[in-house]
Design a protein around this ligand. Sequence first.
Ligand code: DQA
Length: 255
Amino acid sequence: MTVQPLTIRDTVIGEGAPKVIIPLTADTETGLLEEAADVLAMEPDLIEWRADLYQQVEDLEAVNQLLQLLRDRLGRIPLLFTFRTHKEGGSREFSDRAYADLLHAVIRSGQADLIDVELFSAEEDVKAVVDAARERGVIVVMSNHDFQATPPKDEIIARLRRMQDFGAHIPKLACMPASPADVLTLLDATHTMRSQYADRPFLTMSMGGQGLISRMAGELFGSALTFAAGRTASAPGQIPAPELKQVLDILHRRR
Ligand SMILES: O=C1C[C@@](O)(C(=O)O)C[C@@H](O)[C@@H]1O
C-alpha cells in the first residue's frame, strides 16, 4: 500500500519527518489567545484546540467566536478542533447528542481545518459528522484512546482500518503501555499498518514515559504526525516541542 500524502494549507502530512501538533489547553478565551501566541513562536506544523478544557465549551456561540479569533491568529498553520470525551480521557462529560451538535457547529463555522471524531461514538453520529466534514472540506481525524492498556496488534490495526473504512482522512490511535513489550506492539502494529493497509496518513502513539520513543520514531515506523507539549502537555508522555523537533530532525537526517 502507498500512503497518499495530504496537504493542508502549506503542511504536507505523510512524507518526510512526522508533523508536530501542539495542543492549546487553557480554559478561558484570554488564556487561549496568550497560549496561542506562545505556541506559534514554537513553529508547530499544526495546532490543536483541546476544547473540552475550555470553560464555555457548552456555549456554541462562544466556541464559534473563539474559533474565529484563533483562526485569525494562526495564519497558515492548520487548526485541529478536538473535544475529547470523558470516556476517552477528556475532561468533560457530554451526551452523545451534545458531542455531535458541537462537532457539526464547528464544521459549519468553516474555521477549523481539521476535526477530531472519536471512533467509538454512536455509529450514525460518526457517519453524519464525516459526511458533513467532507462536504465542507474539513479534514477528519478519527481517534481512539486507551488510557489503561495497549490492545493486541491485530486489534490496533483493525481499529485503524475501521477508521479508514469510515472515510476518515487521518486515523489516530493512542494507548498506554504497561511494559516495553507493549511499546513494541504499538510500533509493530504501526509498521504493519503502513506497509500493508494504509492508503492515507495516520498517527499512533504509546503514551507515558515508556512510550516516548513512539512519539519520536514515526518516520521509521509509519506515524505521520506527533503531539508535543507547548505551554503544557495534553497527554502523558508529551515532551516540549523544541526538544521533540530536534530529535525528529536528527532521525530525519540520519536515515
Ligand atoms: O488524541 C490526542 C493524542 C494525545 O492524547 C497524545 O497522547 O498526545 C493528545 C491529545 O491532545 C490528542 O487529542
